[in-house]
Design a protein around this ligand. Structure first.
Ligand SMILES: *Cc1c(COP(=O)(O)O)cnc(C)c1O
Length: 436
């Protein structure tokens, strides 16, 4: 078994050598709901966590287990947990340590689904989310109190694409005894949140991890570095007997397995009870994607960088939003946190506002008009008329969405073909505005 620290090697080898019964080199799809428990003594040991093993696929499955081990290795964490979607992963990340009456502090620059979860569904559940401006890390300290159970931020949030101050907020959290959860969906490999101090990393594997655009999935990686016992008053969920699991105290019960109290509670209680499990088939498709992630991320970054340069020179474009074009504080953040590349997302603003944004999308011939990111294919969307349509123009602007803003997720096609499609759509706009 490899102990390589290189992601290019880990994505091919970590967590699996060959199937013990058949010798299969590709990870088999264990499409089964249940596993034979063997002797009653064996069953007792499995159910009391004296021993970890497969019981029922809602909680654990051998195909999914390889994805989890591989992602934990790639991310530099202690353990991982796969879930049915990115949204399920974020929900589990928070509800493992927060309950009604508790709060978390989150940066405002969030994926829309996360925003809805935090502002509405968590509120209904009694978990308050305090939103703060992530350009001011100290705002996290000011918003925290005794009931704060986590800090939350997105590494590379669109549309602004200004990286989250991971290290700054993680250090504030360390001092207060509050873990930092980072959604790294838009920046796998190019940003390594655990190296900057993040305690839990969340993914929508739907995006770059898969890359093929075939499967919805999510994943949590536990860095295994947060000292839950030292902050026992803040984290009764992990330090007091858990009535839902025969009175187990998670920080004590899992000690022989390593620093995995958080992820074990997430698996054995939250996933067990809420049931948002990843299917073994989807775990298999994510393993296929993961094998080429390092190669793909390099190419996404290279193509996006070229597109950003080309767009910046076009007369119909007033502004390009891409880390390579930043100045000042945003540039410093990008250089610090995007050491492995600036990512595949590019935003730009069109002179002609909403009409130009919509016309541009309609003129695209190759790029897909899709509300997704991270696909091998290049994608485009005009947020003001779609994802951000329900917001007033003022609130759209606060979110970084101007009327003529277009978001691109640059894929792996040949750069000349990507640019040719963008250029013909942009040039078409010129004719429209002249004719009008
Ligand atoms: C897509 C996305 C999610 C939600 O993931 P799903 O797999 O669609 O549930 C969460 N965070 C970010 C940054 C995303 O892009």
């Amino acid at each position: 078994m490899t102990t390589s620290k290189h992601p290019e090697t880990q994505v091919l080898h970590a967590g699996f050598r060959a199937d013990p019964t058949t010798g299969a080199v590709a990870v088999p799809i264990y499409q089964t709901t249940s596993f034979d428990l063997g002797t009653t003594q064996n069953a007792v040991e499995l159910f009391s966590l004296q021993k970890i093993g497969n019981v029922y696929t809602r909680i654990m499955n051998p195909t999914t287990d390889v994805l989890e081990q591989r992602m934990a290795a790639v991310e530099g964490g202690a353990a991982a947990l796969a879930l049915a979607s990115g949204q399920a992963a974020i929900t589990a990340a928070i509800t493992t340590i927060a309950q009604a009456g508790d709060n978390i502090v989150s940066g405002t620059d969030l994926y829309g689904g996360t925003w809805n979860l935090f502002a509405h569904t968590f509120k209904q559940m009694g978990i308050e989310v305090r939103f703060v401006d992530p350009s001011d890390p100290d705002a996290f300290r000011r918003a925290a109190d005794d009931r704060t159970r986590a800090f939350f931020g997105e590494t590379l949030p669109n549309p602004k694409l200004v990286p989250f101050p991971i290290e700054e907020v993680a250090l504030i959290g360390e001092a207060l005894g509050i873990p930092l959860i980072v959604d790294n969906t838009a920046a796998p490999l190019i940003c390594r949140p655990i190296e900057h101090g993040a305690h839990v990393v969340v993914y929508s594997t739907t995006k770059y991890i898969g890359g093929h655009g075939t499967s919805i999935g999510g994943l949590l990686v536990d860095a295994g570095r947060f000292d839950w016992e030292k902050h026992a008053d803040r984290f009764p969920a992990l330090n007091q007997p858990d009535p839902s699991y025969h009175g187990v105290v998670w920080t004590e019960a899992v000690k022989p397995l390593g620093p995995v109290a958080y992820i074990m509670k997430a698996r054995c209680c939250v996933l067990r009870d809420t049931g948002a499990a990843m299917s073994p088939f989807n775990a298999f498709t994510f393993l296929q994607g993961l094998e080429t992630l390092p190669l793909r991320m390099r190419e996404h970054c290279r193509n996006a960088e070229a597109v950003a340069r080309t767009l910046a020179d076009h007369p119909a474009v007033t502004r390009v939003i891409h880390p390579s074009q930043f100045t000042g504080e945003a540039k410093a953040r990008a250089q610090k946190y995007l050491a492995g590349g600036n990512g595949g997302l590019v935003g730009f603003e069109l002179v002609g506002g909403v009409e130009a944004g919509m016309a541009f999308i309609d003129k695209l011939q190759m790029l897909h008009h899709v509300a997704n990111i991270g696909d091998a294919r290049s994608l485009a969307i005009h947020p003001a008329s779609t994802t951000h349509q329900q917001l007033t123009e003022e609130r759209q602007r606060a979110a970084g969405v101007t009327p003529g803003y277009v978001r691109l997720s640059i894929g792996l096609e040949h750069i000349e073909d990507i640019e040719a499609d963008l250029m013909q759509a942009l040039d078409g706009l010129g004719r429209v505005s002249k004719a009008a």
